[in-house]
Design a protein around this ligand. Structure first.
Ligand code: GLY
Length: 604
């Protein structure tokens, strides 16, 4: 099917690729872009919302025209426009990227309550202007009374909903400790200054736009179950409408306590007491001691090389960086740019690389404070070569034939945002309450949703969790342990300088969404916005199915891949919020993901 706008995309992609990689890549990019235009765009209509409730990505014309927001000095991209503007304001007032990241994080707890949070946890990847790469782990921890079988009944069956809808699913929240830890070491402004915009948004309220209402609407039934939740997130029992104002006075008070009392207020004061009281009253196991013992910690980020790019990302207890790097290691020798985005060959080899990387992820990774993670082996050239050798040239490998490849182990909801300041400091944050609005409960009058992060553990080896991940004993529940995450806040460097910030929500699809945003630029010649918007591909070992965004494949490609043994399911993937440093223009290019329409890329 021909496309009148193909040449426009070709030219822009080729120019873009040339700027990024030099003329050596121009021919590859032209070819890739041509194939991409055919396979990705030629037959795409409006992309339907998938089961995750994401909005359409856009028509083919919209994708072809997609252009990032540009800025000369600094940029913030997040899933909620008011949070983005809070960050831009901090940067304009002289705050650095860490300051802005903390302010955006607190603001999202108010204006993006499904996912932004103080009741959950996450990870922060930092590149400082002096060249240092840092990683902060503020993932939730299992309470001291947690046990490996706590989500099973007496017969050893996993009880549906116990890890997601009850207080047993709540891990000790890490966000407040994480933001304070980052700020104390690398920030320049006070906690009070950075929480102030969030307090104002909670106390005065903010006007809901369509994207905000869509997010709230996903959980109307759940809000109605608890009077203290319904009182805030429903309007006299009815869903809020566009144009109405959401006021969160309880949350404003909680944020004021944190602004005044710092982490003590949250972990050793009235907030911890209120959450533990709520937990006690609802069959939970959280204790004041769990809160008092919570720590955030600095870790060495995962790093890997891919055709001149250095990928800096999340180490365990996230699987994100390791799995991303393992996939990149496997695909490194393949001529993806020549094959093209959405082509039969690139889909085949990407899927097989993801299948093998997820098998290893699910078998060998867990909280490093509890289990050994064989990172060096997993990311070695020899290991990638070994896995590559098992990929059949023209046939899908059934997941049942793929096992964790090192033998026996030793041992949606989330949000991402990216911040760059005028000095070149870069901060990528992914944080989460796990499912949308976490366990959908609020302790007393604290005003914030609690996470259900315990579902990221292995409830029972071999039984899929809420993300559909079939994980092993290495990620079993243990007291004080952090559940294995897929969050992948990533900073890509070129010649030691930031090139791209990327990351996504979406449980296991975080990894493939993040991977896609990177490959779409460096292999397939897309600009940052096209790379974010483009239909995605995901395979996570089990279920043995390939998730493909609508428009990724032509009917012919899909047929050819089905003949090779692949079974496809539609999906949308995560919501990437990315920034690219364009070396040719010297401008920052921000790309907000239209799958979360409330968001915004903005800078100055
Ligand atoms: N809760 C999603 C993740 O951490 O992977």
């Amino acid at each position: 099917m021909s496309d009148p706008n193909t040449s426009q995309l070709d030219a822009s992609a080729a120019a873009h690729a040339e700027a990024l990689h030099g003329s050596r890549w121009k021919r590859r990019a032209l070819l890739a872009a041509t194939l991409a235009a055919f396979s990705a765009l030629a037959c795409a209509q409006n992309v339907n919302p998938d089961e995750t409730g994401h909005e359409p990505v856009g028509t083919r014309a919209a994708l072809q025209k997609a252009r990032p927001v540009t800025a000369r000095h600094a940029m913030v991209v997040s899933a909620q426009h008011l949070a983005t503007m809070v960050g831009v304001d901090i940067l304009k007032r002289g705050g650095n990227a860490v300051d802005a990241a903390v302010a955006v994080g607190f603001a999202e707890a108010v204006v993006h309550p499904c996912c932004g949070n103080i009741g959950g946890g996450g990870f922060m990847t930092i590149h400082l202007k002096d060249g240092r790469n840092l990683f902060l782990d503020f993932r939730e921890k299992a309470p001291a009374k947690a046990t490996p079988t706590m989500f099973q009944d007496a017969d050893g069956n996993v009880v549906e909903g116990r890890s997601t809808d009850s207080y047993l699913g709540v891990g000790v929240p890490g966000t407040v400790m994480g933001f304070d830890t980052a700020l104390k070491r690398y920030g320049t402004m006070s906690l009070q200054q950075l929480i102030a915009p969030a307090i104002k948004l909670a106390r005065d309220g903010y006007v809901l736009e369509q994207g905000d209402v869509d997010s709230l609407d996903s959980s109307t039934g759940a809000f109605a179950k608890h009077a203290n939740v319904a009182a805030i997130f429903l309007d006299h029992g009815k869903p809020f409408k566009v144009g109405e104002r959401l006021v969160q006075k309880d949350l404003a008070r909680t944020l004021e306590l944190i602004a005044k009392g710092g982490t003590k207020a949250f972990y050793g004061g009235p907030i911890a007491r209120a959450v533990v009281k709520g937990s006690d009253a609802n069959g939970g196991i959280l204790s004041l001691r769990d809160f008092a013992g919570y720590t955030a910690q600095w870790e060495k980020p995962i790093q890997c090389e891919y055709h001149g790019y250095t990928v800096v990302s999340a180490p365990p207890p996230s699987s994100g960086g390791t799995t991303l790097c393992l996939i990149l290691q496997i695909i490194k020798p393949y001529p993806l740019a020549k094959w093209g985005y959405g082509s039969v060959d690139s889909v085949h080899y990407l899927v097989e690389a993801e299948r093998r990387a997820f098998a290893d992820r699910n078998t060998y990774l867990g909280d490093p404070a509890f289990v050994h993670n064989p990172i060096d082996t997993l990311l070695s050239d020899a290991h990638a070569a070994k896995l590559r050798a098992t990929i059949k040239q023209d046939q899908a490998t059934p997941s049942s034939e793929v096992q964790g490849s090192l033998g026996a182990p030793e041992g949606n909801h989330t949000t991402h945002y990216s911040v760059v300041d005028k000095d070149g400091n870069a901060v990528a944050v992914t944080y989460t309450v796990n499912f949308l609005f976490g366990n959908k409960q609020i302790a007393g009058d604290t005003g914030f949703f609690l996470n259900d992060e315990m579902d990221d553990f292995t409830g029972k080896p071999g039984v899929a969790n809420g993300a559909g991940l079939v994980q092993g004993v290495i990620n079993r529940v243990e007291p004080g342990k952090r559940p294995l995450s897929s969050m992948t806040p990533t900073i890509v460097l070129r010649d030691g300088k930031p090139f791209m910030l990327t990351g996504s929500p979406g449980s296991a699809t975080i990894i493939s969404s993040t991977l896609g945003s990177f490959l779409n630029v460096v292999e397939f010649g897309m600009n940052m916005q096209q790379a974010v918007n483009a239909p995605r591909l995901h395979q996570q070992w089990y279920p043995d199915v390939v998730y493909a965004g609508q428009g990724l494949l032509t009917p012919e490609s899909q047929q050819a891949l089905e003949a090779m043994g692949y079974r496809f399911k539609p999906f949308s993937g995560g919501a990437v919020e990315a920034i690219l440093f364009n070396p040719k223009t010297g401008l920052l290019e921000g790309a907000h993901d239209p799958r979360r329409p409330a968001g915004l890329a903005a800078g100055y």
